[in-house]
Write a protein that binds this ligand. Structure first.
Ligand SMILES: N[C@@H](CCC(=O)N[C@@H](CS)C(=O)NCC(=O)O)C(=O)O
Length: 231
């Protein structure tokens, strides 16, 4: 019998949450497999067979193209794969599809990496480096200005609600970690409220949030930012 249940290797971070939001929006059955990033589970040989880069999320579709199992990493690729498989949230015309891809690439290539660095240098670096904080905060403000301009003219990033919104939403939800105040970006604030009210988004944003630590211990830092561990 074919296993219809998707498996998602997951931690409650923006890159994980964008996938649970889409799985909920698509009303798909899935099993969450928690990967304890703080304790280095992403570095185990077993996990690296799923993603050699050692990062969540990883999706397993037991019934992939041609009926064969498919394992996929990189959250943007996973979003596109699911949207394409079910022909939803990816735009309906070539123009809409191109815009969805543009904003998805904006999130994957700019927003995620730069905000991730801002989080690091504001919250986790062993020393506070003024230059690094200023550089990533500046990039953050530039990107929020771009988002605010776009969302001032359109209700969603592409022409309709799409995986691009789902990809950006969890990052904006984490805005305190990159020191952004949504009072400065009213169109982003209003878009964020609209997305937040979607029941699927609420469900997709919730898993394992109680496992987030209030503070990182030295051992956590080692696993996340330092030396790797073999099982
Ligand atoms: N470009 C990747 C980035 C994935 C990523 O950075 N995942 C983080 C959590 S948000 C992770 O697994 N970090 C663990 C580590 O770096 O050891 C994607 O979008 O999937």
């Amino acid at each position: 019998m074919i296993n219809q249940m998707f498996e998602l290797y997951f931690a409650p971070t923006p890159n994980g949450q964008k996938i649970t939001i889409l799985l909920e929006e698509l009303e798909l059955p899935y099993q969450l497999i928690a990967v304890d990033l703080l304790n280095g589970e992403q570095h185990t040989t077993k996990f690296r067979t799923l993603n050699p880069y050692g990062k969540i999320p990883v999706l397993v579709d037991h019934h992939g193209p041609g009926g064969a199992p498919m394992t996929l990493y990189e959250s943007g690729a996973i979003l596109w794969y699911l949207a394409n498989k079910y022909q939803r949230f990816k735009g309906e015309t070539p123009r809409q599809e191109a815009l969805v891809m543009q904003w998805l690439m904006f999130q994957m290539g700019n927003l995620g990496p730069f905000l991730g660095q801002a989080h690091h240098f504001f919250n986790y670096a062993p020393e506070m480096i003024d230059y690094a904080q200023k550089r990533y905060y500046r990039e953050a403000t530039l990107m929020y200005e771009v988002l605010n301009a776009r969302l001032g003219e359109h209700p969603f990033l592409a022409e309709t609600y799409s995986i691009a919104d789902m990809a950006v939403y969890p990052w904006v939800s984490a805005r305190r970690a990159h020191r952004i105040d949504l009072n400065d970006y009213p169109a982003v604030a209003s878009w964020h409220q609209t997305i937040k009210q979607r029941p699927a988004v609420r469900r997709g944003f919730a898993p394992l949030r109680d496992r987030l630590p209030s503070k990182l211990e030295p051992e956590h830092r080692k696993h996340l930012f330092g030396q790797q561990q073999n099982p």
